[in-house]
Design a protein around this ligand. Structure first.
Ligand SMILES: [Zn+2]
Length: 291
């Protein structure tokens, strides 16, 4: 059975609709021609001005948490520098970077359209904070997990279900071929049918393509499957995926260990466009599971 999900943009069409409303009054317009001219002028100005002012108020915001309760990645300072830059450059959204887990609270999350984790271990987030975090996503906002976000919260199964799986060793750290499984999704449309990249390559447990929409996967022919710690007998190594969660959206990238990956424009656009999808700013058809 196939589920579909349309992350319709909440306001992308608003200016066009408003414009059409103005012109639709004119041909039908008894009201238009009987109203005083100054009133018509004010109405037209308001209709044009309203979407602009609303758009200005709606600069989207990302909260980027980089707390390491377990292994601490050397790339974190670079990721903290790059994410706000590329968010602005490619996505026109603002990024707040923090290592403070108390930022995950109902009150603070009101300020954001999505939360991004580059985290490890059992994060010191209170039970109230955890509930607020899940409510945030379920009620229509976005979550973006990068690399070690799946090496996080092993003791909180609800988190594992939300993100789609847990880290289970990284059998490879080498040049690999990555297959692009969805060539039309906003995050992957620029990547072609496949691409080569050097990174630490995660393997996952409690992960299945039946539960998510796979965007990228490892070409198993590009690695040595006989190395130690290869556990998946199905040779299915998803490397990026997305799915709805309640009314919200979850996007995950396993890539993101090396400095060179964060500095790679292909990865930057992938991450920003995936974040925009998680925010609900761009829409895409997401089919969960296989047909
Ligand atoms: Zn890593």
């Amino acid at each position: 059975m196939k589920e579909t999900f349309d992350a319709a943009s909440s306001n992308a069409g608003a200016p066009r609709r408003a414009t059409l409303r103005v012109f639709s009054l004119i041909p039908t317009g008894k009201f238009v021609f009987s109203a005083p001219r100054w009133l018509l002028l004010v109405a037209v100005l308001l209709l044009f001005a309203f979407p602009v002012s609303r758009a200005a108020q709606r600069t989207r915001k990302l909260l980027f948490l980089t707390h390491s309760a377990g292994f601490k990645h050397a790339v974190i300072p670079l990721a903290e520098k790059i994410m706000p830059e590329i968010g602005k450059k490619f996505g026109n959204f603002e990024t707040t970077v923090t290592q403070d887990c108390s930022s995950i609270s109902a009150e603070n999350l009101k300020n954001y359209n999505a939360v991004m984790f580059y985290t490890t271990g059992e994060l010191p987030i209170s039970e109230e904070g955890k509930k607020a975090f899940m409510d945030f996503i379920r009620n229509g906002k976005g979550f973006v997990g990068v690399h070690c976000a799946t090496d996080t919260f092993y003791k909180w199964p609800e988190y594992g279900q939300m993100i789609g799986g847990y880290f289970d060793q990284h059998p490879w750290h080498t040049d690999v071929v990555v297959r692009v499984e969805d060539k039309t999704f906003p995050a992957t449309a620029h990547l072609g049918a496949s691409f080569k990249i050097k990174d630490e390559i995660y393997q996952f447990k409690d992960w299945s393509r039946e539960k998510t929409h796979v965007l990228l996967s490892l070409d198993p022919g590009s690695v040595d499957l006989t190395v130690k710690n290869v556990h998946r007998t199905d040779k299915d190594f998803g490397l990026a995926w997305c799915h709805p969660y309640g009314k919200g959206r979850v996007f995950y990238s396993a890539l993101g260990h090396r400095d060179e990956v964060w500095q790679d424009e292909r990865f930057q656009k992938f991450l920003v466009n995936g974040t925009l999808w998680a925010m609900g700013a761009v829409k895409a058809r997401v089919a969960v599971g296989t047909e």
